[in-house]
Design a protein around this ligand. Structure first.
Ligand code: 6PG
Length: 258
């Protein structure tokens, strides 16, 4: 595996959504078979919505024993859970309300309370349910045009104290407080998957995946699982500026785009 992870290029956003949903289910089935439960941190924003909607539909929904699935959030906007900007609301509407998962299995970051308190509360939830160094089966991530991931934004990421599990920070570019899992939690995961779509992400993807190491400028480079797998699911538009793209083995490329 490339030390920056395995990168798979798909024809379009729809193919990425299907690949992401299938990877979610495959990881879940493996985790439940091996350890009796599947612990996963959802990503927010727009990209994962289509994949979440696929999880709520027929065959994929039926593939998982939802009683054994435990949902966490990689980050959250500091807004009430009913706010249209809430990652929890997006996930709830896209699939959590449609699958038979017990509500007790969903650990929401409380964006509606004081950010510092919410961060400490969520860290306690992680420790209580997953241990002192939480090791999630899967962390799902997106990539911002500025190279951020979760709510690890340029200018914030380096302030994050190495041992914390969850941080609250004011994201200038978003003009809002955010809560985020830290690299310590993300990098402890058994699997981490990025989903990246669209030409607007091409520059950030090329810089993060192939550029020099510069995590201050591109916090997504902080994602380096200590022993877990890192996978990138990207569409052609987002991959446009990758040097790798020119070297992609055409058969492999076609394989992922059938
Ligand atoms: C969030 C996400 C954030 C997101 C990227 C990409 O809360 O918005 O955690 O890191 O994954 O900003 O967002 P899009 O998928 O909307 O492009």
């Amino acid at each position: 595996m490339n030390e920056r992870g395995d990168l798979l290029v798909y024809a379009d956003a729809g193919a990425v959504a299907l690949a992401l949903a299938e990877y979610f289910v495959a990881t879940g089935e493996l985790a439940i078979a091996e350890r009796g439960k599947f612990t996963v941190a959802l990503s927010g924003g727009n990209t994962p919505r289509a994949a979440y909607e696929l999880l709520a539909a027929g065959p994929l929904c039926a593939s998982l024993s939802w009683n054994d699935v435990f949902i966490y959030f990689g980050d959250e906007r500091c807004v009430p859970p009913g706010d249209e900007r809430s990652n929890y609301r997006m996930a709830r509407e896209a699939f959590l309300d449609a699958v038979p998962i017990p509500s007790a299995n969903v650990a929401r970051m409380r964006g509606e309370i004081d950010p510092g308190l919410a961060a400490n509360e969520y860290a306690s939830i992680l420790r209580a349910s997953l241990g002192e160094l939480p090791r999630l089966d899967l962390v799902m991530l997106g990539l911002g045009e500025d190279g951020h991931t979760a709510s690890l934004f340029p200018g914030i990421a380096q302030e994050i104290e190495g041992n914390s599990l969850v941080e609250a920070a004011y994201a200038q570019s978003q003009a809002m407080w955010r809560l985020t899992m830290t690299p310590k939690v993300i990098n402890a995961a058994r699997r981490v998957v990025f989903a990246v779509e669209g030409a607007a992400k091409a520059r950030a993807l090329a810089a993060v995946y192939e550029g020099p190491r510069d995590p201050i400028t591109y916090p997504a480079q902080l994602v380096q699982p200590s022993s877990g797998e890192l996978r990138w699911l990207v569409d052609e538009a987002a991959a446009e500026l990758l040097r790798l793209r020119a070297r992609l083995n055409t058969s492999a490329y076609k394989e992922h785009n059938t």
